[in-house]
Ligand binder design. Structure first.
Ligand code: NCD
Ligand code: ZN
Length: 353
């Protein structure tokens, strides 16, 4: 029986929904789903209710993670416009600043109002991470260049955006980017079949454009799930919210792609471990290991996941590998589907130099 061992995944883009929408997920169920998927640390987005945009909301989120997380974690700060003082005061407590330039789930859309000023003043050490549709990407690249900011483009909407990002890199702009598993393993054809369960921002693309993502894989720094759970009732309502869960499916989808020869395992490790640590300047969690049993390829199921929302858009897709155990901070935290530590075992990620 083949067993694969590696330090674990760092998923830099998750929405664990707490506080505010724990019918979809909470910090405990979300980080437990992470362990089930071989993820030992998550970076949580700020589009909560209330949003994570000031000291009280950040303190509350830190408190909840300290109580409930079973993986390590980092927290993004959000911004909706107005006073930039909270950004200056809180920058060193967060993994980055998340800006929603374009429309998505939640109330954090800022558009381009005050955008330049934010690029001017953000002190780091984390990068500015942006939710930007293709039309906004040139704008943020230009601002990153002008103000010498480190920019991270979340869930790149289109493979042509990778070319713009690469051109900026060649000019010396410090820009990195992530692509989601759903943009690599699902297409518009799946979206038609899945209806609301295949609806997310940015939307899925035609198969030919998905193929271009794969051709341009060398331009991608990170694969991150954008784990964005919503309940089935919400998805089946007249106005379904955008977003799909993904914490438990990224690793088996990637392992199958490795098995097919679409990319190497060394490259996967860069995308899910080395580059996340480098981009967010994080010290790796101590003494971690994920063990995966490889055996035969299988098809992912539509239901039966640890995420509270309970469903996956990847049902029917080929996968390889099942997480056997996870060690974190020297202790086995997950084995054969059993959680072996209490809520609160996870620690905040720390910034390195
Ligand atoms: C995300 C969500 O539901 O929070 N939805 C999505 O479609 N990706 C928000 C986001 O990441 O834009
Ligand atoms: Zn997101």
């Amino acid at each position: 029986m083949a067993m694969l061992s590696f330090p674990g995944m760092i998923d830099v883009h998750v929405h664990l929904r707490e506080p505010g929408a724990t019918q979809k997920e909470d910090i405990f169920t979300g980080t437990r789903a992470a362990l089930a998927g071989g993820v030992i640390a998550v970076l949580d987005m700020p589009n909560n209710v209330p949003p994570t945009i000031d000291r009280p909301s950040l303190e509350e989120k830190k408190r909840l993670f300290a109580l409930k997380a079973v993986t390590d974690y980092g927290i993004f700060l959000g911004y909706v416009g107005g006073d930039v003082q909270p950004l200056l005061d809180l920058a060193d407590q967060v993994v980055g600043l998340k800006l929603y330039i374009d429309e998505t789930f939640g109330d954090l859309r800022m558009g381009t109002k005050n955008l330049e000023h934010v690029f001017e003043v953000w002190p780091g050490p984390g990068p500015i991470a942006v939710h930007a549709e293709s039309s906004s990407i040139p704008v943020v690249l230009e601002l990153a260049e002008r103000y010498k900011q480190r920019l991270h483009v979340c869930h790149v909407p289109h493979p042509d955006d990778l070319l713009l990002i690469e051109a900026a890199r060649q000019r010396g702009v410090e820009v990195t980017c992530e692509v989601t598993p759903h943009h690599l393993f699902l297409s518009l054809e799946d979206a038609q079949r899945l209806g609301p369960y295949g609806y997310m921002k940015p939307p899925l693309l035609p198969p030919a454009e998905v193929a271009l993502f794969w051709e341009r894989l060398s331009l991608i720094d990170v694969i991150a799930s954008d784990h964005a759970p919503h309940t089935k009732a919400e998805k089946e309502s007249p106005h379904p919210p955008p977003g799909v869960p993904g914490l438990e499916t990224t690793l088996p989808l990637l392992l199958y792609a490795v098995d097919e020869g679409r990319l190497s395992w060394e490259r996967v490790l860069e995308l899910i471990w080395e580059n996340p640590l480098r981009i967010f300047r994080l010290i790796p969690p101590k003494d971690s290991e994920v063990q995966v049993i490889l055996e035969e390829p299988y098809k992912l199921t539509q239901e039966g996941y640890y995420t509270r929302c309970g469903w996956s858009p990847f049902g029917g897709k080929w996968a390889l590998g099942r997480v056997h155990s996870v060690r974190l901070h020297g202790q086995t935290v997950w084995q054969e589907g059993q959680l072996l530590v209490d809520p609160g075992y996870g620690r905040p990620l720390r910034h390195g130099s």
